[in-house]
Design a protein around this ligand. Structure first.
Ligand SMILES: [Zn+2]
Length: 148
């Protein structure tokens, strides 16, 4: 959920810097995108989330739009409702790993599975962009785990 008009420019810049200009969900880099990334309220304002930096995450337009005001989703494997990945409370590498060819995000946990499905993290268009970025060595971000 985007409510940037309630956030100061300083806060927005802090969120960008803290995230190292990566979408904190799909790990796309803002550097290579035409559209500026957005600030996501992890807990939406309309679900009593705050404008505190601890409730904010950098998200690409697509992830922010897909996440919308959701905070949980059904894990298809267990059929249980689980929280979505929370970039402030969860470590990306504990829930996700890149496929060997570095184009797919693979879930390691129920949270990972529900988040990949809900945010459509492996949509065709972004897989194509990732493949091109892998070719020129600008993807995935340094330090991200990759499946052996
Ligand atoms: Zn994203």
């Amino acid at each position: 959920m985007s409510a940037n008009r309630y956030l100061s420019e300083i806060t927005i810049e802090q969120v960008h810097q803290r995230a190292n200009y990566l979408c904190e969900y799909c790990h796309a880099s803002e550097k290579w995108h035409y559209v500026k990334f957005t600030v996501d309220h992890i807990i939406p304002i309309n679900k009593a989330g705050s404008n505190s930096i601890d409730n904010l995450a950098l998200a690409c337009f697509h992830c922010n739009r897909k996440k919308s005001n959701k905070i949980s989703a059904i894990d298809e494997q267990s059929g249980k409702e689980v929280p979505l990945f929370n970039p402030r409370n969860n470590l990306w590498q504990e829930h996700f790993i890149w496929s060997t060819d570095k184009t797919l995000i693979i879930a390691l946990t129920a949270i990972g599975r529900a988040t990949i499905t809900t945010l459509n993290l492996n949509r065709t268009r972004i897989i194509n962009i990732r493949a091109a970025d892998v070719e020129v060595g600008r993807y995935p971000p340094p330090g991200d785990p990759i499946q052996a």
